[in-house]
Write a protein that binds this ligand. Structure first.
Ligand code: HEM
Ligand code: HEM
Length: 215
């Protein structure tokens, strides 16, 4: 099982992630072209201006109105994206398989960043339960998605600390990591890829057409 997980499974997961995301972008461009009012509205200046406002913490009114959520959301996304790229265990595997390597973050720090992701997900789950406006639009699939997102971080920490038999722990970790990657093109997690496009469109429509801000 370990051999399959370490080899073909990782390949399959990356393949689904890249081809799935590619086809989502192709499909988005195809549908946008059919709409008369989408592509002609896109304007580089207003598009980039909007993206910039939304990727800078507290760059939008909405973020300033909810400071606690904003801090948690930015910290969560930062740790979520940076930890897997700079974890020593991952870099060693790339070196073993492909002979490529890059610098890693200290293990103590990746540990803390992984724990920040886990705590942030707990916060997002509690928020969906406790906040009536969010609860109203929440279904079981929203919780499932949060579990999918957090799973490789929980299992990565368990494997690192060798909480139980290492081979079992790392195999479970690789499966949760593969599901994480493969889920992105088919779920709301596609916002990772779509974010610049949707933001550029909103920024253009508000700035270029309505002469207003969208942040
Ligand atoms: C799919 C292929 C993957 C493989 C083969 C893999 C493999 C590994 C290995 C070998 C370790 C080191 C465990 C140790 O120290 O003994 C590790 C740790 C870890 N992995 Fe993965 N992983 C994969 C995917 C992912 C993904 C997609 C994520 C997160 C999005 C992730 C997050 C982590 C974390 C947070 C740690 C622990 C880091 C720490 O506590 O310092 N992994 N992984
Ligand atoms: C660099 C790319 C990404 C950007 C710009 C981005 C942006 C956003 C934004 C704007 C939100 C809305 C909530 C908020 O205002 O904070 C959000 C929520 C979220 N994102 Fe991302 N994201 C990115 C990548 C990812 C990735 C790779 C994942 C996981 C695989 C992810 C998981 C989530 C989750 C779990 C939520 C909260 C959903 C909930 O409340 O149930 N994001 N993201």
């Amino acid at each position: 099982m370990y051999e399959f997980s370490r080899g073909p499974l990782v390949w399959i997961a990356f393949l689904i992630f890249f081809t799935g995301s590619f086809f989502r972008i192709v499909w988005m461009i195809y549908t946008a072209k059919k709409e008369k009012v989408v592509l002609p509205y896109i304007n580089a200046k207003y598009g980039f201006r909007s993206i910039l406002h939304w990727v800078i913490p507290f760059g939008s009114v909405n973020m300033r109105l909810r400071p606690a959520f904003t801090i948690i959301s930015f910290l969560f996304h930062f740790c979520l994206l940076i930890t897997p790229i700079f974890t020593l265990g991952h870099i060693l595997l790339w070196k073993q398989s492909w002979g490529v390597s890059w610098w890693n973050l200290p293990e103590g720090l990746t540990n803390i960043m992984a724990i920040i992701v886990v705590l942030s997900i707990l916060f997002l789950i509690l928020r969906r339960i406790a906040d009536p406006t969010v609860r109203f639009v929440t279904s079981w699939s929203d919780y499932l998605l949060l579990i999918v997102v957090v799973a490789p971080f929980v299992t990565g920490i368990l494997a690192y600390y060798q909480a139980f038999d290492y081979d079992t722990a790392i195999t479970i970790h690789i499966w949760t990591g593969a599901i994480w990657l493969a889920a992105i093109p088919f779920t709301r997690l596609i916002h990772m890829i779509m974010f610049p496009f949707t933001r550029a469109y909103m920024g253009s429509e508000f700035g270029y057409v309505r002469n207003a801000k969208d942040w």
